[in-house]
Design a protein around this ligand. Structure first.
Ligand SMILES: C[S@@+](CC[C@H](N)C(=O)[O-])C[C@H]1O[C@@H](n2cnc3c(N)ncnc32)[C@H](O)[C@@H]1O
Length: 234
């Protein structure tokens, strides 16, 4: 069943046309000099709200393909009067390919992305070798990448990629951890933790000495959902 698309009138909501007119993401925030952090798949905004409240010195862009999630996230941001958050309804790899500037992110957060548990669907997962390589272009030197999942198989697959990605330093003492003190709990994390299931975390950092010109050419592989016109996520 196709759901009605909710019109989002919030000042925190960033329409693609507004972004294109502004020229770049930072120009869409009232204070353009703050370092930029990105949350991919912000859902209904619990994690984004917490991070943006804790870090007023940073700008945060939350993206999701889910219209109602963007609406709920914007409502939270408006309620708390935060001026350091923008929310876009956009597919992650579309954002990378069209709107994100190289070396521009101080951090990227990907919490509980869709796990695609069936073997035949695993190639739909967002976080894979191509994605992690592409993110090296968009993180600034010493920019952080956080990935969390309740799904052990997804966590292990990402952990196995770490030795193949020399552009990152692993910030943990092991490839994975189930404890990341101080890291905000997202809505999905809370759901799984309340069921007694662990959350697995990866924390990588772009090496300070890695120059973007030393990276292999940027390749953004189109996502399973290239844009947001997917009725299942209206
Ligand atoms: C399982 S939910 C997790 C939501 C939130 N991160 C949390 O931990 O509570 C995954 C979210 O990612 C969004 N999503 C899935 N694939 C995406 C993509 N390729 N680009 C942007 N958002 C995506 C979904 O719409 C959904 O809101």
């Amino acid at each position: 069943m196709t759901q009605r698309t909710i019109e989002i009138k919030s000042p925190a909501f960033l329409d693609e046309t507004v972004l294109m007119a502004a020229g770049n993401l930072q120009a869409c925030f009232p204070v353009t000099e703050r370092p930029l952090a990105l949350e991919i798949g912000c859902g209904t905004g619990h994690f984004l709200l917490e991070m943006a409240t804790r870090h007023p010195e940073r700008n945060f862009l939350g993206i999701d393909i889910y219209n109602k999630g963007c609406y709920k996230t914007c409502s939270k941001i408006d309620l708390h009067g935060l001026d350091n958050v923008r929310v876009m309804r956009v597919e992650a790899r579309f954002l990378l390919a069209h709107h994100l500037q190289p070396d521009s992110l101080a951090a990227v957060y990907i919490n509980c992305p869709d796990p695609w548990p069936k073997k035949r669907h695993r190639n739909r997962r967002l976080v894979n070798a191509d994605f992690l390589r592409a993110m090296l272009h968009f993180l600034r030197p010493e920019g952080d990448l956080y990935f969390s999942t309740d799904f052990a198989d997804y966590a292990n697959d990402v952990a196995d990629l770490i030795p193949t990605l020399p552009g990152y330093r692993n910030c943990l003492s092991a490839p994975l951890t189930t404890e990341l003190p101080g890291y905000p709990i997202s809505k999905y994390m809370r759901r799984f933790l309340d069921l007694g299931q662990p959350i697995h975390f990866v924390h990588l950092r772009r090496r300070p000495d890695l120059s973007t010109s030393d990276l292999p050419a940027l390749k953004v592989v189109a996502g399973f959902r290239a844009r947001w016109g997917d009725a299942a996520h209206a």
